[in-house]
Design a protein around this ligand. Structure first.
Ligand code: AMP
Length: 786
């Protein structure tokens, strides 16, 4: 990619003070369809003082940034490494014939450290067991020589190195990338000297240095730091000396805080003494009190922008501007608070309206359905529509309030820069558009209202769906027989789910009651053991509707790997659904107990060998889930909550998919939008389900990949155990951005390479169209068993 010669035009932003900039966005000139000017590619230059300009490049040295493809989308670009600057120039890379219009956005925060540059000896190269490990400061933006001067780099890029310096959490970088490091062999005096220059004279309380301490490989944090201070032209003779406690136990990288005793300076020179062969730093930060302007300590740094006029008393000026800043801040805070109050009030009104509308839709839908249904349901119509029970804000919030597997992503998503802004940006972004196949019509992500299925509700009312042959919600012929309640004898509680308790019951006469095709395979016991799921008594109208919806869905499903609904008790309260009994409970608990059993057994070599049989058993379970999902996908049916907790285990490792509480049917081209404060299983959800509220068969495939991972780890931990919910959402953002920074679930130790590489990872492909279907997944798993 070349920049045309002589093109000098650029857009310059003066931020008035140093800022830490992490993200930029560009947009062309749309002008209601009249404009067609935008920058397809551009470069960035920046400056801290307005005179020295540096060209930004990414961690791999690329300078040109892909910009806009059209005149309306905002295209965001993560700056890796971030920029610390006051002035930023956007320089379009284009041929001379093109007119360019750019609207730019900068994201970041003020750089309060005030550090303008640091000067250090360049990092060294280590050879570790034949591996080249480079500890150079690869993003330093100043003068490069034996000593790096007048720039900032990795020590201020906000990225901290891992415990193991051979690895970098930045994808695709070389061993040692995260650290700048030195070997004591090149420092006969036994220390590395660093000089830090600041924007003006400050009062320093402390310095934090992020150090590696992998002493098993000859790396230790520094033994002593001696810091000298300069406010004018000379260094003060008296240093501050600090010796951190020696840690011979933990090899984890850590921040070491060096107290700087409130010394005043505009430059600090620190000597870090080696305590082993190597010393590796990944970040240095300073805490300083409010700025002190004192002419008697020496002149201001030349070239540094200042508000002080010649002859003014700088201290007085400072007080003045501080007061103005304080007043400005207070006014801004009051304005923000007022805006928040208005937004909250507006949201409440809006949400109530939406709630009413969706409830009306649901009622209409039920009215329409129930009106044409056969007897067992029609008797419920009046109770469903007239019940005045308390309502909740959103279905999902109400259903899963306490379970750690389900989260409220809308709250977390706002932390992603792209999603914190106007949803228009998301919906119009080219990536979003490409992925929201057939549905990018400007809908917001699910931050505002309840789950709405456009087609499901409206089509069913009018009974006018073209492709009805596979419609599980067809308004007619929803059929499940009422079982006499008094013939159920409750034995024990099996568990508790979103709707209420599940009990093991004896069902007298059930065998005769069932139609031939409903016969529970191989079960000739009388009375028949069944599982009875009961809707809790205090359930509100929404929960009741969902419960009935689950009954409707399950009554239509017939597959050896889907839990069979046998009968219902819905004539009187409490509502019950009677399903086949799966004696080994849910798959999550089953795998946990299997793991505990495995761990308790002291195994011989031969048994370990036999343990390989366990992997086949586990994959055999996954095969059954894939088979059940294959059946569902043949009906265009999206489960939306596939996970081990929602599968049940019967005799002989038989697995069946259960829990259709979150599922809905799917017509071709249709998808669901989630709005409202939805509480969802984010660790199982595809990036597009979380960010775009889009649930498809391909998002079920994603969840299947996670379920397979759970199975092969014997549910030892929740997926992404090291990530908080916020970080899971951030990771979802990385999948969206697709810059190689997304974190995948790791290969479970017992998982065959082919299953991980060819199957599991393919379930998590960013492009939903490139994920395999359940037919393929099933075939692949069968093959791996052969
Ligand atoms: P659910 O309400 O479907 O989430 O079920 C709650 C718990 O009850 C599950 O996690 C299982 O442990 C248990 N359970 C549900 N259905 C059955 C069944 N058909 N057979 C055995 N246990 C069940």
């Amino acid at each position: 990619m070349s920049e045309p010669d002589g093109l000098k035009e650029f857009l310059q932003v003066d931020l008035r003070s140093l800022h830490f900039i992490t993200l930029v966005g560009t947009q062309g000139r749309h002008a209601d369809g009249m404009g067609n000017e935008f920058a397809q590619r551009y470069r960035i230059k920046y400056s801290r003082d307005g005179s020295n300009w540096v060209g930004w490049h990414d961690r791999k040295g690329r300078q040109v940034i892909e910009g806009n493809r059209n005149a309306y989308d905002v295209v965001l670009k993560d700056l890796e490494p971030p920029i610390i600057a006051r002035f930023v120039r956007f320089m379009p890379v284009t041929d001379h014939s093109m007119i360019v219009c750019m609207r730019v956005e900068l994201y970041g925060c003020e750089w309060l450290d005030g550090l303008m540059s640091y000067s250090i000896p360049d990092g060294h190269q280590m050879i570790y067991r034949g591996l080249d490990v480079y500890f150079n400061d690869s993003v330093y933006d100043g003068a490069l020589a034996e000593r790096l001067t007048k720039g900032l780099g990795q020590l201020t890029d906000g990225t901290w190195g891992l415990d193991d310096f051979l690895h970098s959490h930045i994808y695709g970088m070389w061993p040692g990338y995260d650290f700048v490091g030195w070997s004591n062999k090149s420092f006969p005096k036994g220390y590395v000297e660093m000089i830090f220059e600041f924007d003006h004279i400050r009062n320093f309380t402390s310095m934090k240095v992020h150090c590696n301490n992998m002493f098993s490989r000859g790396v230790r944090m520094f033994r002593q730091a001696g810091c000298y201070f300069r406010s004018g032209s000379d260094w003060e003779p008296e240093p501050v000396t600090f010796r951190p406690a020696v840690d011979r136990v933990s090899q984890s990288a850590r921040f070491v805080t060096v107290p700087l005793g409130d010394r005043t300076a505009s430059a600090i020179k620190c000597r870090f003494h080696f305590s082993d062969v190597w010393m590796l730093f990944s970040e240095v930060a300073f805490q300083s009190g409010s700025a002190v302007y004192n002419n008697s300590r020496g002149p201001r740094k030349p070239g540094h922008p200042t508000n002080t006029l010649p002859g003014d008393d700088p201290t007085h000026k400072m007080d003045d501007s501080n007061t103005r800043i304080l007043i400005g801040c207070l006014v801004a805070i009051i304005a923000i608070l007022l805006t928040i109050i208005v937004i909250i009030l507006w949201r409440q009104v809006w949400q109530k309206m939406l709630e009413k509308a969706s409830r009306r839709m649901l009622d209409d839908e039920l009215t329409a359905r129930l009106a044409v249904q056969t007897q067992p349901f029609s008797s419920h119509h009046s109770s469903l529509t007239s019940e005045g029970g308390s309502t909740s804000n959103s279905t999902y919030e109400r259903i899963f309030p306490l379970c750690a597997d389900y989260q409220e992503p809308s709250r977390l998503i706002r932390k992603l820069p792209e999603f914190a802004q106007s949803t228009e940006h998301l919906e119009l972004s080219s990536i979003g558009k490409a992925l929201a196949a057939g549905g990018a019509d400007g809908a917001p992500h699910y931050a505002e209202a309840d789950i709405i299925s456009l087609q499901e509700s409206s089509d069913c009312i009018s009974n006018s769906i073209a492709a009805v042959s596979m419609n599980l919600f067809a308004c007619t012929d929803s059929f499940m027989r009422e079982f006499p309640r008094h013939k159920l004898t409750f034995n024990e509680k099996l568990g508790e789910g979103q709707f209420g308790e599940v009990h093991l019951c004896e069902a007298e006469g059930m065998q005769d009651f069932l139609d031939d095709d409903l016969d529970v395979e191989g079960n000739t016991e009388s009375p028949l053991l069944v599982a009875v799921k009961t809707l809790r008594e205090d359930a509100n109208k929404n929960a009741r509707n969902d419960f009935l919806k689950e009954i409707r869905i399950m009554s239509r499903l017939r597959d050896p790997n889907i839990v069979r609904l046998l009968a219902v008790c819905v004539d009187t309260d409490p509502l019950c659904m009677i399903t086949e009994y799966m004696e080994n409970g849910d798959l999550n608990q089953f795998l946990c107990s299997l793991r505990r059993k495995e761990a308790a057994e002291d195994k011989t070599e031969q048994e370990k060998e036999e343990g390989k049989g366990m992997v086949s058993k586990l994959i055999g379970m996954a095969v059954q889930i894939a088979s059940g999902m294959k059946y569902l996908s043949s009906l265009n049916f999206v489960h939306r909550d596939l996970a081990t907790r929602n599968c049940l285990v019967g005799k002989n490792f038989t697995i069946k998919i259960a829990d259709f509480g979150m599922s809905r049917n799917l017509y071709r081209g249709d998808y669901y939008r989630i709005q409202g404060r939805a509480v969802l299983p984010i660790r199982w959800m595809s990036w597009e389900s979380i960010l775009l509220g889009k649930f498809t068969m391909a998002s079920d495939v994603w969840a299947f990949g996670v379920t397979l991972w759970e199975i092969l780890t014997l549910c030892k931990e929740q997926p992404y155990p090291q990530l908080s919910d916020e970080q899971v959402i951030e990771n979802t953002g990385e999948f969206f951005r697709d810059q190689g920074k997304q974190v995948y679930l790791p290969k479970p130790p017992c998982c065959p390479d082919t299953v991980y590489n060819d199957l599991m990872l393919s379930c998590w492909r960013r492009n939903a169209k490139q994920r395999p279907g359940f037919q393929e997944i099933h075939a692949q798993l069968m093959e791996s068993l052969a």
